[in-house]
Design a protein around this ligand. Structure first.
Ligand SMILES: *Cc1c(COP(=O)(O)O)cnc(C)c1O
Length: 339
């Protein structure tokens, strides 16, 4: 099998880092304060295996029951738990391509069979995705690396047409409006997956959660490791929800910067897909995308280049601060003008 290759994580701070969709803004002050307060001798003790308090806060925030949530060590862990809970060897898991690259290795590890349906170039939903007879179907919405979003009616229609479970990965939903979480009430086969890595600026603490009807969540709870989320991450996640306004403000700022970035990139001649996320996908027609990635790296800007079908003429660029965005645009202009 092929392993997943995450974006580069250089350990020195020499780059403007726009390659893995981290948030450029600090987590809320409340999160930082509570974390400092939690650094006591209590770290001797195991964390709450049921994440009781955090699930209560999730239930308040999203108007669901606490029993409808499971918390994971990053949403990546929840993807593993989903597959282990609901899919046996040789059963089918389907998804549309191009999308999040971690699904395929997880499917291979389980010994399941992937049925992959290509997205068209505009990333509208391929109708065949519902006809694969899959035990589990993954849909990233808004999608990565395209940044595009499908309307709720389309998602709801997919949920009622698939045979098995529909897992909707909403890692970027806070940079958009809406979300499909209320579908868990009307559709027993829907699981919503969220992460605190992007909009809540907590990638380093590894916190994700899933929401579904209690029966599906009960099944997933049987499969998870008992102490999967550590004490500090629980504390941070709780504080982050208490101060959710801070996240919303940062997300709004990022959306404003995104729209300016899109306009400027288009003026420079790039094809840029509409984005409902904190990144943009650009197609480079004038200059080879791989060279552009390398040139940007030389000049101190890390972006994501995917050397794979459909994406090898594109770059995915995270929306940074206003200053980081100016720096990126300056370097791009320099590189393009030199040719
Ligand atoms: C970032 C991302 C994840 C992983 O999130 P973590 O909570 O950091 O594990 C999962 N799915 C998609 C689509 C992502 O972009």
């Amino acid at each position: 099998m092929k392993s997943y290759s995450p974006g580069e994580q250089p350990q020195q701070k020499k780059y403007v880092k726009l390659n893995t969709n981290e948030n450029p803004y600090s987590p809320s002050e409340l999160v930082l304060t509570r974390l400092r307060q939690a650094c006591t001798d209590e770290l001797r003790l195991y964390p709450d295996p049921d994440a009781t308090h955090l699930r209560k806060l999730l239930s308040k925030t999203f108007s669901k029951k606490p029993e409808q949530f499971i918390v994971g060590n990053g949403s990546d862990e929840l993807l593993t738990i989903l597959i282990r809970s609901f899919v046996s060897e040789n059963e089918v898991i389907s998804y549309s391509y191009p999308t999040y690259g971690y699904y395929q290795p997880l499917i291979d590890i389980q010994g399941a069979n992937a049925v992959v349906v290509d997205y068209p170039d505009d990333f509208s939903l391929p109708t065949e995705l519902a006809n694969t007879n899959a035990k589990l179907t993954f849909l990233v919405n808004p999608n990565s690396p395209s940044g595009t979003i499908l309307p709720l009616e389309i998602i709801e229609d997919l949920a009622s047409r698939v045979n098995g479970i529909l897992a909707i990965d909403e890692a970027y939903i806070d940079f958009s409006t809406g979300g499909a979480m209320d579908l868990v009430e009307s559709h027993v086969n829907v699981v919503i997956i969220r992460t605190m890595s992007k909009s809540f600026s907590l990638a380093g603490l590894r916190i994700g959660f899933a929401c579904a009807n209690t029966e599906l969540i009960d099944g997933m709870l049987k499969v998870k490791d008992h102490y999967n989320v550590n004490r500090l991450s629980l504390v941070a996640a709780e504080a982050a929800l208490e101060d959710i306004e801070n996240m919303k403000q940062n997300a709004m700022l990022i959306c404003q910067t995104r729209e300016r970035l899109i306009t400027d990139l288009r003026n420079m001649g790039f094809y840029v897909w509409e984005s409902a996320t904190n990144f943009v996908l650009v197609r480079s027609k004038k200059i080879c995308a791989k060279n552009l990635y390398l040139e940007l790296k030389k000049r101190g800007v890390l972006v994501r280049y995917f050397e794979q079908p459909r994406l090898d003429d594109c770059l995915r660029i995270t929306v940074g601060t206003e200053n980081e965005t100016d720096f990126l645009l300056d370097q791009l202009r320099f590189i393009l003008n030199r040719r």
